[in-house]
Ligand binder design. Structure first.
Ligand code: C2E
Ligand code: CA
Ligand code: CA
Length: 713
């Protein structure tokens, strides 16, 4: 019974002491006591419980020891020869006013106790010493020291942060700001104190944003996002803003802390790239990329609202003749006037886009009847046939239009556009100045899909997939520094099938999960095999699709595969598209951080085709940007593409990301990229994706002619 009680007492004590143990273990204590027996006894007790224990036999010894070691806490007797404890305490306090000193004294030493109070000493332990009480006093003192230290650290961070920090009380009055705040906003600390953050108000955001922001802070204690503010000199700036609420232990908000970085320059670069990438320079109409994006949105919307949507492709007849005979400047002018006429024919919310050359696309996102599309098409054709008076010439032109309707002619933007294109060619064949609806046999298509799904499943089981490897070359050294693994389907009847034909379907049906796992296993096993064979280390890039990336515990599965293969994670790189990264970006961060912690690198694939907020990308642990091949292919004949590629490279530099250009096919493209300081290139110019043996052969050959190659680069 007695033993039982004692055990539970020990267990309780152990549980409470658990948290304190760490604190005590990092505390150094000076213990000053002249009585050798007491000193010895208490030392033995303390030694086991605190980080470091020093002892001294009188005040003078204690003072000297303390000056050398600066112990965190001092425990001292009062009555001692040579120098008493209070004199010593007084001397120490002179040098460190916040030094915790614990005085041990007897009841009858009232006079000394009063003196100790004068000295500001607030902890006493009465003799005979209760060791647990003493330990508690030491712990409290140590906690004070630690809190002090943390305060000082926080103050340093506050002062040194390059992000602006602003602290308000619960009534939203500014009570402190740091140096970066003054630098960014132009307000001095004195000017800011006592004001509300409204002094920074830009007037560019509606009340709704603020409302949503504060709702979120109230609910979750936190908000972050992009916002506009105004400097003292009136200038607007864009910031990445994070607001946190600080609560007391009753759960009431006592303060708000706002932290922001000035991202104006990044935003401008981003907007520039965005504009170049999404609008046609000549007509200022949305380009193909933006059109496709709006069309996808329209399809989602039509699905929800159960309405129809139409896409039309419009091609000008005989435009080429005008261009060739009257020159490009007349052709350009005609396209501009035509643009104005076409935009007049559509209603608000409908889009006219220039796909390129003399091709336009029109999106009608909400239709009740397919016939409405026909009426619009008639108006467009009429507008196109009104004679143009340009530079003294009267020009007559006509157009052909192909129409496809959601959901009648397809349910994905890709299919619908393809069908509108087919319809347009039919319209041209029918004679010009004509519009055609698409006619399709949807049944055959869905049957084809089903058959395809089954044969992918079958192919996985039968091992019909194979990985090809395409080298990535360092522009600086001319050497192969990595490969991208690209899947191929070795179809028994159809031969090699390209992934563009089966990846989208695999993604839709979920078959991408087993397929992706196979790709990863295969790629790292190959990477390991090359290392074992004595190849210099090569980066192995693996494409990861959205669905794969978002599956449960993706990072864990990757870790498992890496472990089994023995491949060094630092040489594994995942290529993810912008869209994959930006959809549910907050949730992705967790997975990305896990991968990052394992050492796996992240590349943004097809960069430039999506809608990344660069300031957001900056916060993701991303290492590499891959410029989409559609831009690379145009660098030598499209000024837009050249500008986009140069801007992307410059931006990547400023974000300290590596830049890889894909789809490099010509020496002119290579030279452009070289001049603009691109890091790595990949493309047919060097090599197509190759089966293992052929890649190995190429690699060894390149190593052999290394020098020659360097000259040619
Ligand atoms: P991607 O990731 O953008 O891969 C680059 C594609 O560009 C590859 O097509 C490659 O063969 C092609 N390419 C390389 N150099 C040139 C060039 O100089 N000119 C041109 N015109 N094309 C070039 P591929 O192998 O047909 O792959 C197409 C897409 O399929 C890939 O695009 C990727 O999104 C997807 N994919 C391929 N393998 C996998 C895989 O294992 N998993 C997943 N999830 N997706 C894959
Ligand atoms: Ca890729
Ligand atoms: Ca790509």
């Amino acid at each position: 019974m007695i033993i039982e009680n004692k055990m539970s007492h020990i267990r309780n004590a152990a549980a409470i002491a658990q948290g304190d143990a760490d604190l005590l273990k990092s505390t150094s204590v000076l213990y000053v006591e002249d009585d050798p027996d007491i000193r010895e006894q208490l030392s033995r007790y303390l030694e086991r419980r605190v980080g470091k224990l020093y002892t001294a036999a009188n005040g003078l010894e204690g003072l000297e020891a303390w000056r050398r070691h600066k112990h965190d806490v001092v425990v001292t007797d009062i009555m001692m020869p040579v120098m008493d404890g209070l004199k010593m305490a007084e001397a120490m306090r002179l040098e460190n006013p916040s030094l915790p000193i614990i005085v041990v004294s007897a009841f009858n030493e009232t006079e000394f106790l009063l003196k100790a109070i004068d000295l500001g000493i607030d902890k006493y332990v009465i003799k005979p010493i209760n060791t647990e009480l003493l330990l508690q006093a030491i712990r409290k003192s140590a906690a004070g020291v630690k809190a002090d230290m943390e305060m000082r650290l926080a103050a340093t961070v506050f002062d040194a942060s390059s992000d602006a920090i602003l602290i308000t009380d619960s009534g939203n009055r500014i009570i402190d700001v740091n140096a970066a705040f003054c630098e960014i906003t132009g307000y001095s600390r004195e000017e800011a104190l006592g004001q509300t953050p409204a002094i920074l108000s830009s007037g560019r955001q509606d009340a709704e944003l603020y409302h949503a922001l504060w709702e979120n802070v109230k609910e979750t204690g936190r908000w972050s996002g992009e916002a506009w503010s105004r400097r003292k000199n009136g200038e607007l700036y864009t910031e990445w803003l994070t607001i946190n609420s600080v609560k007391n232990n009753l759960g009431e908000t006592t303060h708000y802390v706002a932290i922001f970085a000035d991202i104006t320059e990044h935003k401008q670069a981003e907007e520039n790239v965005h504009r170049l990438a999404h609008y046609d320079v000549l007509t200022e109409l949305p380009n193909r990329m933006l059109f496709i994006d709006r069309f996808r949105q329209a399809v989602i919307n039509a699905q929800r609202k159960r309405c129809r949507a139409a896409v039309m492709f419009m091609d000008l007849d005989r435009f080429k003749v005008i261009n060739d005979t009257l020159g490009h400047s007349t052709g350009d002018l005609l396209l501009q006037v035509m643009t104005a006429r076409l935009t007049d024919c559509v209603c608000q919310g409908e889009t006219v886009s220039r796909l390129g050359g003399d091709e336009f696309a029109i999106l009608l996102p909400e239709l009740s009847e397919a016939e409405d599309a026909y009426l619009t098409a008639q108006n467009l054709l009429e507008a196109a046939t009104v004679p143009f008076m340009l530079q003294g010439h009267e020009l007559n032109i006509s157009a052909s239009i192909g129409i496809s309707i959601y959901p009648d002619d397809g349910v994905s933007a890709e299919t619908l556009m393809k069908n509108a294109d087919i319809a347009m060619y039919r319209a041209k064949e029918e004679g010009r100045n004509n519009c055609q609806f698409y006619h399709a046999d949807m049944n055959t298509r869905s049957l084809e899909r089903l058959a395809m799904e089954n044969s992918i499943r079958h192919a996985l089981e039968e091992g019909q997939f194979e990985l090809y490897y395409q080298p990535k070359i360092s522009v600086a050294s001319g050497k192969i520094v990595g490969v991208e693994a690209l899947i191929r389907w070795n179809h028994p009847d159809r031969g090699m099938v390209s992934p563009v034909e089966f990846i989208p379907l695999a993604e839709e049906t979920g078959l991408i999960l087993p397929m992706g796992e196979w790709v990863l296993q295969q790629a790292v096993a190959q990477g390991k095999a090359w290392q074992v064979a004595g190849f210099p280390p090569l980066f192995m890039a693996v494409n990861v699709s959205a669905r794969q990336f978002r599956q449960d515990n993706f990072a864990g599965k990757v870790g498992q595969v890496l472990l089994e293969s023995g491949f060094d994670p630092h040489y594994l790189e995942f290529e993810l598209t912008e869209t994959t990264l930006m959809t549910n970006a907050d949730e992705n961060i967790e997975t990305l951080n896990k991968l990052n912690a394992m050492g796996v690198r992240i590349a943004i694939d097809d960069f430039g085709t999506g809608y990344s907020s660069l300031s957001y990308l900056k916060r993701l642990p991303v290492d590499v940007l891959k410029i989409d091949k559609s831009f690379v292919s145009g660098v030598n004949d499209s000024r837009d593409d050249a500008a986009i590629v140069a801007a992307i490279i410059a931006m990547a530099r400023s974000l300290q990301l590596k830049v890889v250009a894909e789809g490099v096919e010509t020496v002119e493209q290579l030279e452009f990229l070289q001049t603009n300081n691109c890091d790595e290139i990949q493309g047919y110019y060097f090599s197509r994706p190759l089966p293992v043996e052929q890649f190995e052969k190429l690699f060894l050959e390149m190593e052999a002619v290394d020098n020659k190659l360097r000259v040619s680069l």
